[in-house]
Design a protein around this ligand. Structure first.
Ligand code: GLA
Length: 710
């Protein structure tokens, strides 16, 4: 387990710290405070280019090596960021063509980070030089355990840039994809508004125009920008692998926000790292959804430091931020709670951003582990140091354990790109919110969930949810059929298969290429404005606990062999089908043609549990979040109380808490923001906290009976 912070030694030299005689004096004290907080790792260097190369070709990595040497003396490992996220000013002055150009054709100027176009050959050359120089200068340092490539790729909306060089790369990309101009015209549907081209060089970049661009062209543009982001990271990864083959590479990603294919990006990395907003976004299910998504980006061939199998949270908020309208303090206990949420969902490294609140620059009002004063007496430092003590207890227990899920939600970036286009049937249909309805239902019922893209091997999952894959490629549909044919259960929803991979709508009904799989055909659908509702009438075995609404979108389903599970209650399509289930091969394909409220999804999960033989990890009160990490038979449960009041748990079987060493049996009140890390192996010598003395509890395959709602 790695535990630490993002450290910027360059912020802490004379005159901001230290003395004229010893400008770097403060670094030693910082390292001491880190060790005192239980840290074993720091990330540094990610914005340091202008200090490592103040003038072109004149490198100075000595200060970073001195900082690393200090870390060494204190037993702290180092992750080094390649500094390409912040090009030096001299480079932009010498080569203004590296600066990004926005869709209005305006140059975004230098003087801040991310001021570069990822298509610029010149930028690539300079980036390669500085990465090579850094790897040669510092790659042999014994403290170096990983590289972080760049920082926040795509951040500040820099995935796309409309430079001359981008145009050249765009034409080449299109040529490689379509080979002939005829094929390009056909696949992009350029007959529409007669936007056909006779040369690849005439295909526009989708810059600001009187009205919308062709959607197929827009999706391709986003794919092109995504490939550019991935190629830029790969180019650095190749250099680092060549010079330091034993040092794994990563980069810091964010869930579901940036416009590039994160699965593609994860393939270039040895392990995934993420920036987390947990603690700021206090909605635990939303955080959990994002963590599950990021964990799922790389399931195999992970090469993390110390042979770990998880992902890292390389930036976790230590406290408040500076980019909300009101940046309130993070309440006591909340950083700890969300740190455990990250770990419970598979993190094998957690680093807080910042180590110390900077006295200079754009983020000086951003909370750190240390505040501006830096003496280690502040509340956040003490809280994090307490977590550090707990990490020492926990690390051996969770080593090599991971989250195992039997349910998976499909996510495709191509589809995400398509759903971002203008001209949607219902602009109030929000795919993120839709996905969250499903995730929350599983999360709140303590059933672990992975994410996957439709082209992955899904055979490891009992249940696959496909929420609104509006853009569904023919090949993807075939793989879904194969999954169901072989016995899987698939559930898809409205807004599925409206277009294929070329953004062409089918001429034989929705969902494209899947009407046989679901045993249905959809000729028309009725998007509803927010606030307007239809209602669902359920048939047969579906356990409806409430009157469930149909919102935002109503598919009018024609069953073609599928069993009917629900119909609409009103409007001209009263009695028409809203939900179906079809036997296909050895499996089942379920289709839900609308969007409901959260209660429906709870009922759905209860029903799917029976259909797919799924079990919650533990039975606990609804407000307690449960996750589990496991290795073989060893299972470690994390219980998190997200409420502002205590929650009563009832232990039917003694369980041992790693954090306190206590054994619980009978009733226990988990305090507000409290955390338990439990297993079923009770050391015989320990006395239970209350009730009968603990005995060695046998590990059971399914722990459902161990805890129950109080
Ligand atoms: C990102 C960046 C950091 C910092 C934070 C602020 O995560 O990587 O450098 O700017 O955002 O939230």
């Amino acid at each position: 387990m790695y535990f630490g912070a993002d450290y910027h030694p360059e912020h802490w030299v004379y005159p901001l710290a230290g003395t004229p005689e010893n400008p770097e004096e403060r670094w030693e004290r910082d390292a001491q405070l880190m060790v005192q907080a239980g840290f074993n790792v720091v990330r540094m260097g990610e914005f340091s280019w202008g200090l490592c190369e103040r003038e072109e070709g004149k490198y100075d990595f000595g200060w970073l090596r001195r900082a690393m040497d200090i870390m060494r003396r204190h037993g702290l490992n180092v992750v080094l960021g390649t500094p390409t996220a912040a090009p030096p000013l001299w480079l932009a002055k010498k080569h203004p063509e590296i600066l990004p150009v926005n869709e209005r054709g305006e140059t975004l100027h230098e003087g801040t980070r991310r001021a570069y176009c990822m298509n610029s050959d010149i930028y690539w050359e300079y980036a390669k030089k500085i990465v090579r120089a850094m790897a040669n200068a510092l790659g042999d340092h014994p403290q170096l355990i990983a590289w972080q490539i760049d920082n926040g790729i795509g951040g500040h909306h820099t995935e796309a840039s409309f430079n001359e060089q981008s145009a050249k790369d765009w034409y080449a990309w299109l040529k490689a994809k379509y080979d002939t101009v005829e094929r390009l015209n056909d696949c992009l549907g350029l007959r529409f508004w007669a936007q056909v081209v006779t040369r690849f060089e005439d295909v526009p970049m989708p810059m600001i125009a009187p009205t919308v661009h062709n959607p197929a062209l827009l999706v391709d543009w986003m794919r092109f920008c995504s490939d550019t982001c991935v190629a830029f990271v790969r180019c650095q990864a190749d250099i680092l692998h060549e010079i330091t083959p034993n040092v794994p590479v990563t980069t810091n990603l964010r869930a579901l926000t940036r416009n590039f294919d994160h699965f593609d990006m994860a393939q270039v990395l040895d392990f995934v790292s993420v920036d987390s907003n947990a603690t700021i976004n206090a909605k635990s299910a939303e955080n959990a959804c994002e963590i599950d998504m990021l964990r799922s980006l790389k399931k195999d061939e992970i090469r993390a430091p110390n042979g770990d199998c998880g992902f890292w949270v390389i930036e976790q908020k230590a406290g408040h931020v500076n980019w909300q309208e009101v940046n309130s303090l993070v309440r006591p206990g909340v950083v700890r709670l969300f740190t455990y949420q990250l770990i419970s969902r598979g993190a094998s490294g957690v680093l807080y951003f910042f180590f110390r609140q900077p006295r200079i620059g754009a983020e000086k009002f951003y909370g750190g582990v240390l505040n501006h004063q830096g003496h280690g007496e502040n509340r956040v430092y003490k809280e994090i140091a307490h977590i550090g003590e707990e990490m020492k207890l926990l690390a051996p227990a969770i080593k090599d354990t991971k989250v195992v899920a039997e349910v998976c939600i499909l996510y495709s970036h191509d589809n995400a790109f398509a759903m971002k286009l203008p001209g949607q049937p219902n602009k109030h249909f929000n795919s993120r919110e839709h996905l969250q309805l499903f995730h929350t239902a599983f999360h709140d019922r303590n059933i672990p969930v992975d994410f996957a893209r439709p082209t992955e091997d899904l055979s490891r999952y009992k249940l696959v949810i496909a929420p609104s894959l509006q853009m569904l490629a023919g090949g993807e549909a075939d793989l879904l059929k194969l999954y169901v044919q072989n016995g899987g259960t698939l559930m898809a929803t409205c807004n599925t298969g409206l277009v294929d991979e070329h953004h062409i709508a089918p001429d034989d009904g929705f969902p494209a290429n899947c009407t046989d799989l679901f045993g249905i055909e959809i000729g028309e659908f009725d998007p509803l404005p927010p606030g307007e509702e239809n209602h669902l009438t359920f048939k047969g075995a579906f356990p409806a606990s409430h009157l469930h609404p149909a919102r935002l979108w109503c598919d009018l389903i024609e069953p073609k062999g599928a069993q009917v599970l629900a119909t609409y209650a009103k409007d001209f399509y009263a009695g028409r089908v809203a939900m179906t289930m079809n036997e296909y091969g050895l499996g089942k394909a379920i289709y839900f043609g609308t969007v409901s409220h959260q209660h429906f999804y709870y009922d759905l999960v209860a029903w799917l549990r029976q259909v797919c033989n799924l079990f919650p990890l533990l039975k606990v009160p609804d407000t307690v979040e449960v996750s589990m990490r496991q290795k073989d038979d060893r299972k470690i449960y994390f219980l998190l109380n997200h409420q502002h009041s205590h929650v009563r748990l009832h232990f039917y079987k003694p369980m041992h808490d790693f954090l306190t060493g206590q054994t619980f049996t009978g009733n226990y009140d988990l305090p507000s923001h409290g955390v338990l890390v439990l297993d079923e192996t009770v050391p015989v010598q320990e006395a239970p906290k209350e009730g009968a003395p603990a005995e060695q509890a046998p590990a059971t395959a399914q722990a459902e009976a161990d805890l129950a709602p109080a």
